[in-house]
Write a protein that binds this ligand. Structure first.
Ligand SMILES: [Zn+2]
Length: 376
């Protein structure tokens, strides 16, 4: 009987679509409490969060994960019920099996094995879980880390269990992520009759040169670890639908995925600078959904790679910064090393999401080795 498989199934059965947790964290907390973990439930709004710590010592290793899952999509397209975990061909199918209830189960089983062998570790092991990773991520790790920082808590190493592998377990880990900023710009003109343009001001016409400059914006990456930062206009809207009406307003939405070579302020100043230069009457709203990070200290990276090679035999572990954002973005600014190691990401968010049962076992072993190396 595989312990990590059984626990993953128990978690997958709970229909915890963001921001719901549906008892996942209670299940984890009950098992950790038995080991002697101190348990703190930190709910914010509708979101459940868990902070569990074991042992004392100067350094803290945090295993970071989420218990929420994305919606299933059309349920009739699934081979089995997405919340009825099902084994087939060496895989476990179910929503969240790979992203990331399997990793959460692996955290727990690895912690159980570690604590039994090391009643007095040389440092502190903690597990942080949220039910708001897949959603707006406002009441999850963002709030938990603020709460902990206010208490004077500090994390030294943060191992995130997000699915990072591409073809086989251990081939890719993440050591950084890009930042993301959204902008919404409104450019005002004067609405009028197309036959009397001198009585109107067409924002499509007045903004066209500025838009040309805005879409050409890009910033080179200087770290050599990220792609260049490129601006993308994702929506543009103007006009009433009639041929003979000059619109009074033009609105556009844009997004930039950016490397640590620039900040969100760089983007804001560049875009607004162009709009001002062209003397446009505009308003702009910005939402920074997380700063970029890059882990440059090597303790956790080396430890993760060594453990991966040891367990899986993979010798060339790619250290990637690609993909979207993760909750690591909230931990990295506190000064913690952040590394993401998890199962294959090929099926995540899809119909028939699945995780390899054998790799789940190996993942548990990898986490166990990382914990042991850092805390003994
Ligand atoms: Zn995830």
């Amino acid at each position: 009987m595989s312990e990590v498989l059984e626990l993953t199934k128990e978690l997958v059965k709970r229909e915890s679509i963001t921001p719901l947790d549906e008892g996942c964290q209670d299940l984890v907390a009950t098992r950790l409490k038995k080991l002697g973990f101190a348990i703190k439930h930190l709910p914010f709004g509708e979101v459940s969060n868990l902070w569990a710590t074991y042992g004392k010592g100067e350094k803290t290793l945090t295993l970071l994960g989420h218990t929420d899952v994305v919606p299933t999509g059309p349920i009739e397209k699934w081979t089995n019920d997405p919340f009825e975990p099902t084994e087939r061909d060496g895989l476990l199918f179910g929503r969240g099996a790979a992203d990331m209830k399997g990793s959460v189960a692996a955290f727990v089983v690895a912690a159980e094995e570690f604590c039994k062998k090391n009643p007095n570790p040389n440092g502190r092991l903690s597990i942080m879980l949220t039910s708001d990773e897949e959603g707006p991520a406002k009441d999850g790790v963002r709030k938990v880390i603020k709460y902990l920082t206010d208490l004077g808590e500090k994390i030294d190493w943060c191992l995130v269990g997000e699915p990072t592998a591409e073809k086989r377990l251990g081939d890719v880990i993440k050591i950084g992520r890009r930042g993301s900023i959204n902008g919404e710009i409104n450019i005002r003109g004067i609405q009028g009759h197309a036959a009397y343009p001198h009585n109107a001001e067409n924002p499509i016409h007045t903004s066209s040169e500025a838009l040309n400059e805005i879409v050409a914006l890009q910033w080179p990456d200087e770290s050599g670890q990220f792609p260049d930062s490129v601006l993308q206009v994702s929506n543009i809207k103007s006009g009433t639908g009639a041929h003979n009406v000059i619109p009074g307003e033009l609105s556009l939405k844009l997004n930039v995925r950016y490397s640590p070579s620039i900040s969100s302020q760089t983007v804001i100043e560049a875009v607004e600078g162009i709009l001002q230069k062209h003397k446009l009457n505009f308003s702009a709203e910005w939402e920074d959904s997380g700063a970029p990070f890059l882990t440059t200290s090597t303790t956790l990276i080396d430890c993760a790679i060594e453990s991966i090679t040891n367990v899986t035999g993979v010798n060339e572990v790619e250290q990637s910064t690609a993909g979207g954002t993760s909750d690591g973005r909230f931990i990295a600014p506190t000064g913690s090393e952040v590394v993401e190691v998890g199962p294959l990401n090929a099926s995540i968010h899809k119909i028939d999401e699945a995780v390899s049962i054998e790799e789940l076992e190996m993942l548990t072993e990898i986490y166990g080795k990382v914990i042991t190396k850092l805390l003994t």
